[in-house]
Design a binder for this molecule. Sequence first.
Ligand code: DAH
Length: 356
Amino acid sequence: MTSPLADLAAQTKDVLDQVSALSSLDELREREPFLTGKRSPFASLQKTLGALAPEDRAGAGAELQEARRTVEVALEQRRVELARAAREEVLAADRLDLGDVVVGDVPATLTVGHPSLVALTQRSLEDVFVAMGFRVAEGPEVESDWYNFEALNIPPAHPARGLWDTFYVDLGEPETVLLRTHTSPTQIHLMEEAVATGSLPIHSVMPGRCYRRDTPDARHLYSFHQIEGLVVDRGITFADLAGVIETFTRAYFGPDIASRLRPGYFPFTEPSAEFEVTCTICRGSGCRTCSHTGWIELGGCGMLDPAVLDAVGIDGEVWSGFAFGFGIDRCAQMRHEVSDMRALIENDARFLEQFS
Ligand code: DAH
């Protein structure tokens, strides 16, 4: 009887030829079972070995194993070659040809970036407040429980914490670390600093990024921007607060947009108010955006609560003040009639380019 392995050398050569002819990784993956796997000549030959005389079986098995191993090595080499070729192809396609860029002469296909609508809005808000005599200050985005809540008169388990649910960072420290839900904690930093350095009074605005555990929709984002205002001085009254809000509103939105304050509640101010402005879409006549009220809520404000002054060690008998806070993204949305706030974070160049 002829050995079932009589044609092994020719079969191996044939399989090796097929390996070298593979032209892509996909093809390699598809053909692998036929080359070295279950459907290869080696697998079928393996089955015939049982028919051999026991003394021939071991030698034939080893011969077959060696042939299969040769093909496996060749297949691995081919896999590496094809992977390298595929990568080079991707790199070549991704290559940016800078050959026609001349310094000082930007070709029409390249555009120069510009600040985002939110950054531009923040700058113009700052300009209005600086013109009114405020300074611009900034605070950290990663805060402790004390700054984001406790010092603002929001003790643990206070129901108002639900409104300001956020992302907590577990650093295994005794203190809770979180992403700030509003710019109000910067008030605390400024007041603590002023007390430490004896530099009261304070007239500052504090813009910056905030975070909330919100699902994005047309009017909410999980990351957004606010601008906070803080005045601590002698003899400050609610009339000063109302005057600042009204002056800001007309300066920023234009003379035909007014402000109004409605009683509200915030743990860190007493009394507190919600700050609304004439709807910029219908100019006050009533439309869907303003739920036919003619007004749009922009933020909150109020007189500093004595508990907050106590927390930072300011004598409420000598000093008084007010604070306010509102959304920068909301201002951008209102002034530019952006119907869906998600456009602000989606990075769609067609949207962004309108504000260059
Ligand atoms: N921090 C409040 C919020 O995010 C807004 C706010 C309300 C800020 C009243 C204030 C204030 O400074 O006095 O909802």
